[in-house]
Design a binder for this molecule. Structure first.
Ligand code: NAD
Length: 476
């Protein structure tokens, strides 16, 4: 079992208390890594290191910072095989998927370096002999708290744009798979020109070290991805020092399948997303509303797709779906399957829950209803919850009837209908006949309990800057 240390101020270190956490391999349940269980004193040390590095890093010309970001990207590419192997061993992602995730992480740094050149100020016309302008400045020290799903890309999505515009960072990964974050730090720490303390990675339980980071007076901004419940606790921790918070929270994304939908194309996108990474995707389908005219066809095709998925150890070449991340999460997802069946759903396919390893086979629940627990909550697993609707149903009201508002999926050949739905759906993103999340596109929403602010693309990068107003009177 490998032992990891935290990365603070350019040094590798244990927790001040000496305590450790053990992470597991979700396929075998064997202990995988020992990582420091940091506490508030470690969070404080990391924040001070980031604060000390801030003038150095933010003071570099953009071109110099960009060179460092490109070096980081190159290091990720060089180490992608090992990083992908780790993503499989500690998170459960099949190797091929994990490898492309690592390539995506490298791209985030390249894209951010290029995009940072487009971050500029603005001149504001004002009366009198006065020059008024807005300059963009980095926020300062950013505390990032991330979930267990897809930790490599999650780390890159946070660090790359924040570093590109001159911030320094303290990142806390989930305690379920912290070794991935520490290995990421090991890889990028070799980038020539990255000052000690510009990136710090600390590991430990959310309620302890995470809360200490979120409430630290020297942290200027929090970037969080995780559940809405934890998000609310973090907002409360950040409130006394009025920190800027960008929050990417939970979702239960409605999928609207109209009678004129191309169901083959829909299945290729949606069923892939449902089972890829064991359905542990925030942007994936949450609940399907399928028109009665295409309902049977859709369910049959979903089952046919589910049969093509090979569940197994992520290290095996043939595996296309690995385990869920933890015993706790496996139990939660299994609980939703059981509750749906108890409430009258039909198990159309799958539903097997392993005793050894945290596996659940691809599952299709048909004949579900909008009021079932499994249709109301966020499952975050390989379980399709399919609801039949008819012409009399008010589909938009059903789709909007949720405490979440992350994204929605619409499948119809009528593009005018798709565009009209884009106006009516109360979500941060609407995908019509596709699902795409390119580097250029901002992600996230401030709708309902699904978050605050944007991440990704130029708009997401701007979240890591503050606009300073400068006003100069030059008249005699
Ligand atoms: P979680 O909320 O349980 O934990 C997220 C992080 O918060 C972890 O690092 C955890 O240690 C930390 N944490 C826990 N309590 C804390 C506290 N009191 N103070 C500070 N930090 C604390 O989420 P999870 O189970 O790891 O991840 C799954 C969730 O993430 C799902 O709800 C999913 O929708 C969400 N998610 C959202 C997006 C998005 O873009 N909106 C993307 C991915 C995942």
């Amino acid at each position: 079992m490998k032992e990891y240390k935290m990365y603070i101020g350019g040094e590798w270190t244990d927790a001040a208390s000496g305590e450790i956490l053990t992470t597991l391999n979700p396929s075998t349940e064997e202990p995988f890594a020992r990582v420091p269980a940091a506490g508030p004193a470690d969070a404080d040390r990391a924040v001070r290191a980031a604060r000390a590095a801030f003038p150095v890093w933010s003071g570099l010309p953009q071109a110099e910072r960009n060179k460092v970001l490109f070096r980081i990207a190159a290091l990720i590419r060089e180490n992608a095989e090992e990083m992908a192997r780790l993503e499989g061993l500690e998170h459960g992602t099949p190797y091929r998927d994990a490898f492309s995730v690592c390539m995506g992480a490298a791209e985030k740094f390249e894209w951010s370096a290029n995009a940072a050149c487009r971050v500029m100020g603005d001149q504001i016309p004002v009366p009198g002999e006065t020059l008024s302008y807005l300059k963009r400045e980095p926020c300062g020290v950013i505390g990032f708290i991330i979930p267990w799903n897809l930790p490599t890309i999650m780390t890159a999505v946070k660090l790359a744009p924040a570093l590109a515009v001159g911030n320094t960072c303290v990142l806390k990964p989930s305690s379920i798979n912290s070794a991935i974050g520490l290995h990421f730090a090991e890889v990028i720490s070799k980038a020539e020109g990255l000052p000690a303390g510009a990136v710090n990675v600390i590991t430990g339980p959310g309620g302890g070290v995470g809360a200490a980071l979120a409430s630290h007076p020297e942290v200027d901004m929090i970037g969080f991805t995780g559940s809405s419940e934890t998000g609310k606790r973090i907002l409360a921790s950040a409130a006394p020092t009025v920190k800027k918070c960008v929050m990417e929270l939970g979702g239960n994304n409605p999928v609207l399948i109209y009678e004129d939908a191309d169901t083959d194309a829909a299945i290729a996108v949606l069923a892939w997303r449902q089972f890829n990474n064991s359905g542990q995707h925030c942007s994936g389908p949450g609940r399907y509303y399928v028109h009665e005219k295409v309902y049977d066809d859709f369910v049959e095709k979903f089952i046919a797709y589910a049969k093509t998925v090979t569940v197994g150890d992520p290290r095996d070449k043939g595996t296309t779906m690995g385990p869920l991340v933890s015993r706790e999460h496996q139990g939660k997802v299994a609980g939703y399957i059981k509750s749906a069946l108890d409430e009258g759903a039909r198990l159309a396919f799958g539903g097997d829950v392993s005793e050894k390893g945290f596996f659940i086979t691809p599952t299709v629940l048909a004949d579900c209803r909008h009021d079932m627990t499994a249709a109301r909550d966020e499952i975050f697993g390989p379980v399709a919850v399919i609801i039949k609707y008819g012409d009399a149903d008010d589909l938009v009201s059903l789709a909007n009837d949720s405490r979440y508002g992350l994204c929605a999926h619409v499948w119809t050949r009528d593009i005018a209908r798709g565009l009209s739905l884009a106006d009516k759906l109360q979500v941060g993103a609407v995908f019509v006949n596709c699902q795409m999340l390119a580097n250029e596109q901002p992600w996230g929403t401030s709708v309902k309990e699904s978050g605050i602010g944007k991440e990704g693309g130029l708009y997401g990068m701007l979240e890591f800057t503050d606009q300073k107003l400068v006003c100069v009177h030059y008249g005699a």
